[in-house]
Write a protein that binds this ligand. Structure first.
Ligand code: MRU
Length: 352
């Protein structure tokens, strides 16, 4: 079963716009009720926007950071790419420190360094062309993953997703949400459930809104309703994105993903991770070595700016967790599908 997907219908949102002078970011802290772009005129503003979740989602923060390097390049004079790379290093370090878990950020900056290493006097144009290429490649990868992932899903299935992995989190179409878009377009997916994703509510504020733009009607659930939903038999696949996939297949993703994988296995459901190869980090052997971002505990004290927790209490706010590879049925990248991932399968697909 395969139908050509109408990408104009199933992919309408762009979170990152390059004007030629500045970077415009769709402010994802304000969605869905305020649709507003913020303008970043320098690389420090981009780093701050990444840290503040104005732009979020692993591939999107990599692309935004790369545009941040282009903005930084406007402030340095250099004879060639190598000279420029040395002068841009402080800005790149600052961008890299904005968020630690999503490897796409470090991956994009490493690619900038590589491109500059061989660039000549036209290093600024070379840099800018490569950033556009990163975005174009991401969009193409997502469309490819959509087809590969959807092919694993039996017609008439229900799926559950977590966080936001759509156009908002990428250059367009999305990773896990790209598979869901393709699955709906092909008639494989009848029902889409989205977990609300405390504390930033990426599921409730972003995923549900984004799918609504495409005419897909998802059903929102509280994160804590997931196991109960699985027991009903209405869901056959849990489909999520990734912030870092290790050399053994262990996968970091939004906090709450791990418990979904455990519950999926308990209920006999399949668990799919969808991410471009820029999210694969063969230098990190296993999930134990991943730096898990912990954010301000204050993010747990309020909902929509209204305090819900008592004053002067403690809180712990890790915003990612690691799903061990044993709980993953398929990792889908643009290079293909890895079923039952482990170190041997990852090395066969991605080398060392
Ligand atoms: O904190 P966020 O919103 O940046 O977290 C995003 C996620 O965890 C996504 O699932 C992941 O980045 C994949 S996005 C295609």
């Amino acid at each position: 079963m395969s139908t050509a997907i109408d990408f104009d219908r199933y992919d309408r949102i762009r979170p990152i716009r390059w004007t030629g002078q500045a970077l415009e970011l769709l402010d994802q802290r304000k969605l869905p009720f305020v649709v507003e772009y913020v303008t970043c005129a320098d690389s420090d503003a981009v780093a701050e926007a990444i840290h503040a979740l104005t732009v979020r989602g692993a591939p999107a923060i990599g692309i935004a950071a790369a545009w941040g390097v282009v903005l930084a390049s406007r402030t340095v004079e250099a004879t060639d790419g190598k000279d420029a790379a040395a002068k841009l290093e402080p800005a790149m370090q600052h961008l890299n420190a904005a968020r630690p878990t999503a490897v796409n950020l470090a991956w994009a900056l490493a690619r900038m360094r590589r491109v500059l290493a061989t660039a000549g006097t036209d290093w600024r144009e070379v840099l800018e062309r490569d950033v556009q290429a990163i975005a174009d490649e991401d969009l193409a990868a997502n469309r490819r993953m959509g087809a590969l992932g959807a092919a694993l899903i039996e017609p008439g299935s229900g799926v559950l997703t977590h966080c936001n992995t759509g156009s908002l989190a990428t250059a367009g179409f999305g990773t896990a949400l790209g598979v869901i878009r393709a699955g709906v377009a092909e008639g494989r997916i009848d029902q889409v459930f989205a977990g609300e994703t405390r504390p930033w509510l990426q599921g409730a504020r972003l995923t549900v809104w984004e799918l609504q733009q495409d005419g897909i009607s998802p059903t929102l659930i509280a994160d804590s309703a997931a196991s109960h939903l699985m027991k009903t038999g209405d869901v056959q696949w849990v489909i999520v994105g990734a912030d870092r996939i290790c050399a053994n297949g262990d996968t970091a993703n939004k906090i709450g993903t791990y418990q979904l994988a455990i519950a999926a296995r308990h209920h006999g459901l399949k668990f799919m991770v969808v991410a471009p190869s820029s999210t694969v980090d063969m230098d990190t052997p296993s999930g134990d070595a991943i730096h898990i971002e912990e954010r301000d505990p204050g993010e747990l004290f309020a909902v929509g700016g209204v305090r819900t927790a008592a004053e002067e209490i403690g809180a712990w706010n890790p915003v990612f967790d690691v799903t061990p590879h044993e709980l993953i049925d398929a990792i889908v990248t643009e290079r293909g599908v890895i079923e039952r991932p482990d170190e041997a399968a990852m090395r066969a697909a991605f080398g060392s």
